[in-house]
Design a protein around this ligand. Structure first.
Ligand code: SAH
Length: 341
């Protein structure tokens, strides 16, 4: 089938075979057709509103050792920090006062935050009436249920890659089956479940990206975050190439075709590889942005990858800049919570 026909089939049926996805991913000449189709579906299912989710990166301690990640356990160059629960609650509260409807709490896998501590933070932040997204890695089902009961609404845990062999090579000491089980447990616990993958990992093929997309479809994920892998100096993958914006946006656009009603962020990593990255994503299927609402010092130290732009901007300046970006393409900041349904 030709590009045009594959895109048409996806728009009509929200289904594609692995080979059709690979065909879309390898065709670089007609990618605008794919982007336009994703943009139309986004408009039809999600409208013109862009959801802002205020991100608080509250600890860069991590017990895991992911080969690509700058906050991996073995990175001894990094100064570590963790925020007191009361500081997290303060930051969340000011973000809500600034207008954020969702607060995202993200960290490395840091056991200092026991289940009880996390539940306390969630309960307090919930008093602001914001929707809460948690992104703290792998936990057991009981813990996920406890976070849900405390008031968390969504959970973000990327599969990173659904290629078993590649997963194994990039995540020493971690287990692919457990990752998948954790993601399924998030659904069992009743979360709106977000997952996603990295683009351009060393050894990753278009076929393995096609499998990622089919996994998201099979899971019926509620949100999907896709971003280019950006090599970090203080990791074993410092010498790698990294992913391109174009491939990341293509994967994202295909996800929009197959899961038309989900939430898809224009990610910070897309903006990091190209200043126009977020705008491109917003025009090819994305409908959300996660601006950082934390302190300057911690934005710098939460260095999962290098080169994050605008980290000097405070919470007000960040919000203004993002609103300007959204309005420059004829969209607006959504006033609602931005649940999937
Ligand atoms: N500990 C949490 C949060 C991880 S950090 C968890 O396991 O879910 C959030 C995301 O940063 C990861 O899911 C990964 O996709 C992304 N990330 C890590 N290192 C990266 C890099 N070098 N380039 C781009 N994205 C990266």
């Amino acid at each position: 089938m030709m590009m045009k026909e594959i895109v048409k089939k996806a728009v009509e049926t929200h289904n594609l075979t692995k080979d059709e996805i690979i065909e879309l991913l390898s065709n670089d000449n007609e990618k605008d057709e794919l982007f336009d189709a994703a943009d139309k579906l986004r408009r039809l299912y999600k409208g013109e509103g862009v959801h802002l989710r205020g991100l608080i990166e509250f600890s860069n301690y991590c017990r895991q050792n992911c080969m690509y990640c700058g906050i991996r356990r073995d990175n001894k160059e990094l100064q570590r920090y963790r925020l007191e629960p009361e500081r997290i609650i303060e930051l969340a509260t000011s973000a809500v006062l600034t207008g954020y409807k969702t607060i995202v709490l993200q960290s490395g896998e840091d056991p200092w935050y026991t289940t009880d501590k996390m539940c306390h933070i969630i309960k307090e932040v919930k008093k602001t009436d914001a929707a809460i997204t948690i992104s703290i890695g792998e936990c057991n089902l009981e813990d996920y249920r406890a976070f849900k009961n405390a008031g968390a609404d969504r959970f973000l845990l990327k599969v990173e890659t659904s290629d078993r062999e590649l997963y194994k090579n990039l995540h020493p000491g971690m287990d692919y089956d457990n990752r998948i089980e954790c993601i399924r447990n998030l659904k069992r616990a009743g979360f709106e479940t977000g997952t996603g993958c990295l683009i351009g990992l060393p050894g990753q093929t278009l076929e393995s990206l096609a499998k990622d997309i089919l996994f998201f479809k099979e899971l019926d994920a509620d949100m999907i975050g896709v971003g280019p892998f950006i090599p970090h100096r203080d990791t074993p993958l410092s010498g790698s190439m990294g992913g391109t914006l174009t491939l990341a946006v293509k994967v994202m656009a295909i996800v929009r075709l197959l899961l038309p009603d989900i939430n898809i962020p224009a990610t910070t990593s897309m903006e990091t590889v190209n200043p126009m990255g977020r705008i491109m994503a917003l025009c090819a299927g994305a409908n959300a942005i996660m601006p950082n609402v934390g302190d300057y010092e911690y934005k710098r130290l939460y260095s999962i990858y290098p080169g994050k732009s605008h980290i000097n901007d405070d919470i007000d300046k960040t919000r203004e800049r993002i609103i300007r970006m959204i309005e420059s393409i004829g969209r607006f900041v959504s006033e609602d919570y931005g649940y999937r349904k």
